[in-house]
Ligand binder design. Structure first.
Ligand code: ZN
Length: 226
């Protein structure tokens, strides 16, 4: 056990009680920024490309991201994450953001070598994406603190040096579309998390690195690699 995240907490407004959610499924979007799709030699998708990570991969800010012995090439992917607060199936795009309880910055850590082998063999990505500590997640702000999730600078630095520097306006499919599309497949439940894809600049991490992930207006996520 690595100090798995037991709950997601949305701070209450005006001294009100926090809303507490048990983390559910982690719905993740691949290739949602054109320049990131290009840097890995992938075509831009015509509809959202979805995969899942297990909730056991979550680790809170201030914790450690552990490089598994099975991989020699673990990459950072900084992403805007939303927490679903209200259940829904076949959610309409114009109502999608009403289902969001809060926002945080997350990292979709990826064993790129294992993922590359999986791509070549046509195998799933569950191993490449699912190791313990492969989903570091920052603290949440309530959804009403983020008036427009498509207008946010998103960055990742390693040991103080910026490696990813993007903007959520460059998402191929905006958040409302992602929620609507994902809910056509899965019933979205309170506590589910949606990782919305990473901008360009992904790259490897090494033991001893400090990762700092930031989305404009949200608490910084810090994890140490070992
Ligand atoms: Zn990702």
């Amino acid at each position: 056990m690595h100090g798995m995240m037991e709950e997601c907490r949305i701070p209450g407004r005006d001294g009100g009680a926090d809303a507490v959610y048990r983390p559910g499924k982690l719905v993740c979007i691949g290739r949602n920024y054109a320049k990131h799709a290009a840097e890995l030699g992938n075509a831009v998708p015509t509809r959202p490309m979805i995969f899942l990570k297990p909730a056991s991969s979550l680790v809170a800010s201030g914790g450690h991201m552990v490089i598994p012995s099975a991989s020699a090439d673990v990459h950072h992917e900084v992403e805007l994450v939303c927490l679903i607060g209200k259940a829904g199936k076949d959610i309409r795009e114009d109502e999608a953001l009403d289902h969001v309880a809060g926002y945080a910055v997350g990292l979709d850590m990826t064993a790129r070598d294992i993922q590359q082998q999986a791509k070549e063999k046509g195998h799933p990505w569950s191993v490449a994406k699912g190791f313990d500590t492969f989903a570091p997640l920052g603290e949440f702000v309530p959804s009403d603190a983020v008036p427009n999730p498509q207008d946010l600078v998103i960055q990742l630095s390693i040991n103080g040096e910026i490696r990813q520097d993007g903007h959520t306006r460059d998402m191929i499919f905006p958040l409302a579309r992602l929620i609507s599309y994902a809910s056509s497949i899965f019933t979205l439940m309170p506590g589910d998390l949606l990782f919305t894809g990473t901008p360009e600049g992904v790259g490897p991490v090494a033991s001893g690195d400090r990762l700092e992930a930031q989305v404009e207006g949200l608490p910084v996520l810090t994890v140490d690699v070992r």
